[in-house]
Design a protein around this ligand. Structure first.
Ligand code: ARG
Length: 572
């Protein structure tokens, strides 16, 4: 149930009766729960505009608000807030309806086709921490939007084309001749580094590399076959990382830059025919008045280089046409580093002007900040190299397993490994997803693996604690009525009923940290509730009712974490 929406509907009716239908309601959870559950702050602004007495106007709204089954009290306070108290019977009844395995979360009434572009590493190199955030955030958005009933199409827009591949293919040939190809492809980081050294030091090799670029672009089958071998080895590395992370991405989602190759020329030609792209010293450029620099000159969005070569931008334009026309997208999301903000702003503007991106199709860049080390600089190894993702994930699992072993030395090793994986991977994902994605965040092992505070281990442990209550409860009435008498019971109920609003908010804004923050609140509130309202020692009616609350709390934590791509365990 969308609790917030339900209450808003009631308030809207009251606002209309008081002649305020044009004014925003501004509904917020109460700051102090002693005075109410929610508060309305919109009347003061309305009164000011209408030159009316705010308290009198608020009273008028409050008087009409209590004549319904949801709100029991509406009291005017301060300069003209209205404090609302909800009916415990109403809340209990709504929770009762949520006692389904799916928590009675409604599917959207207007399902969309949402294309999410995420992960999208450059295949010339091994995946490194720079790709972690896009992969994790994109995966969570995929899960939330799918859960709400949208049709999500994941697109892994890998960088599998460009001049670097001439060099890599040339190096692959050299390795093949030496009988070393398989071995060399096992570590792409070293492969790339060695190819680059060779390219810089050996002019004959550099010539071959350039020759291969031309051959690749002209569709030479032999060179293409070598390129394919390299790309497929690189993709296997990426898929191994996805599997370790438990991402939804499959090889079917890969739509690399190379797939748009044969559409680039016509894309640019069409831009030119439409009068958008013009010749600028041999290059084809779209000048954008919307993006002027300090000198007042329009931004130049280059779509074809002098000499005919295409760019990242040309590919992205062709790609938009594919996503709109072939995939029939209603909404395009690009989960890409914040440093590419200008690229996407310009890209969408050009695509709109060219009528490739109609107004009714949303295109959103979902930016995120950089992953920093504890030293405040971008995350690197001690020697200053980029950290390979496989190494980072293995370290997470190892650290978490060690932690589990130290807490429980008698645990069989297979269990320690399994728990280590769930907790370690969960910790990495949650550390990312729990922060506002637009800011940089500090990657800190101790913090993310701590069992205290807003962390994955804390939430995973909170879940197992609720489960242990059920193991101790043994028999109880799973059909019992929920009765909310204690203030903390009511608070927990209110919080649990917010789940659907929160998911909707994540779907609308593409900010997964709203969900993380919410789950943390559910977990902390549950533990306060558990301290103040004994479950197993209470009388039968209270015990059953509280177990029902616990059941919904556990289901909410499990489902919420699953939507962040994080697993839960029955015991830890
Ligand atoms: N491969 C690019 C990079 O690593 C990201 C691609 C993002 N997607 C897109 N359609 N441009 O920076």
């Amino acid at each position: 149930m969308k609790l917030h929406q339900r209450i808003t509907a009631e308030i809207e009716a009251a606002f209309t009766q008081a002649g305020l239908s044009e004014h925003p309601i501004i509904l917020q959870p109460a700051k102090n729960t002693d005075f109410g559950d929610f508060q309305i702050n919109g009347v003061m602004g309305a009164a000011k505009k209408l030159k009316q007495n705010p308290r009198e106007l608020a009273q008028k709204v409050a008087d009409t608000l209590v004549n319904n089954a949801i709100i029991t009290h509406a009291e005017v306070a301060g300069p003209g807030f209205i404090n609302l108290r909800l009916s415990p019977e109403f809340l209990a009844q709504q929770l009762q309806a949520a006692l389904n395995p799916d928590l009675s979360i409604q599917k959207t009434e207007s399902p969309q086709t949402v294309v999410i572009d995420y992960s999208s590493p450059n295949l010339a190199k091994e995946m490194h921490v720079g790709h972690l955030r896009s992969s994790i955030i994109g995966d969570s958005l995929n899960r939330v939007l799918s859960f709400l009933g949208h049709r999500v199409i994941a697109q892994n827009h890998v960088g599998d084309w460009g001049t670097q591949f001439g060099m890599l293919v040339a190096y692959l040939v050299a390795q093949q001749q030496a009988g070393n190809a398989d071995l060399a492809l096992a570590d792409l980081e070293i492969f790339y580094r060695q190819a680059k050294v060779r390219f810089d030091e050996d002019p004959a090799f550099a010539d071959t590399a350039r020759d291969y670029v031309v051959k690749l672009q002209s569709g030479d089958e032999t060179v293409l076959a070598l390129w394919r071998r390299f790309v497929s080895a690189s993709l296997q590395h990426a898929q191994a990382v996805y599997a370790e992370l438990g991402l939804l991405l499959t090889e079917q989602d890969v739509m690399g830059e190379s797939t748009y190759n044969n559409q680039l020329q016509e894309t640019v030609d069409e831009l030119q025919a439409k009068g958008l792209a013009v010749d600028d010293d041999g290059a084809k450029v779209v000048f954008l008045d919307e993006f002027k620099n300090q000198e007042g000159e329009p931004a130049a969005f280059i779509v074809q280089k002098k000499g005919g070569g295409f760019l990242y931008s040309s590919t992205d334009l062709a790609c938009i046409r594919y996503r709109v026309n072939q995939l029939k997208a209603n909404r395009l999301l690009y989960v890409v580093d914040a440093r590419q903000s200008l690229h996407f702003a310009e890209l969408f503007t050009v695509a709109r002007k060219a009528d490739w991106l109609p107004e009714n199709i949303a295109a959103e860049h979902i930016p995120f900040g950089t992953m920093m080390g504890k030293d405040g600089k971008p995350f690197k190894t001690r020697s200053g190299d980029t950290v390979k993702l496989v190494d980072l994930l293995n370290e997470a699992i190892e650290r978490a397993a060690a932690l589990v072993r130290s807490k429980n030395p008698n645990l069989p090793e297979t269990d320690a490994q399994h728990i280590g994986k769930v907790v370690g991977i969960g910790a990495i994902k949650y550390a990312d997803l729990s922060k506002n994605r637009t800011s940089d965040y500090v990657f800190d092992w101790e913090q993310m693996l701590s069992f205290e505070g807003n962390t994955a281990p804390y939430l995973q442990y909170a879940y197992t604690r609720v489960q242990s209550v059920f193991r101790k409860a043994e028999t109880w009435d799973t059909n019992a009525a929920i009765v909310l008498t204690e203030p903390l019971e009511k608070q927990l109920a209110l919080e649990l009923l917010r789940f659907e609003d929160v998911l909707q908010n994540v779907a609308d804004t593409a900010y997964p940290h709203y969900l993380a923050t919410y789950l943390y609140q559910v977990a902390t509130l549950f533990s306060r509730f558990y301290e103040v309202c004994p479950i197993l020692k209470a009388d039968t009616q209270a015990k059953n009712s509280r177990l029902q609350l616990a059941k919904i709390a556990a289901a909410t934590l499990k489902q919420g974490l699953a939507l962040l791509g994080i697993e839960t365990l029955e015991v830890m």
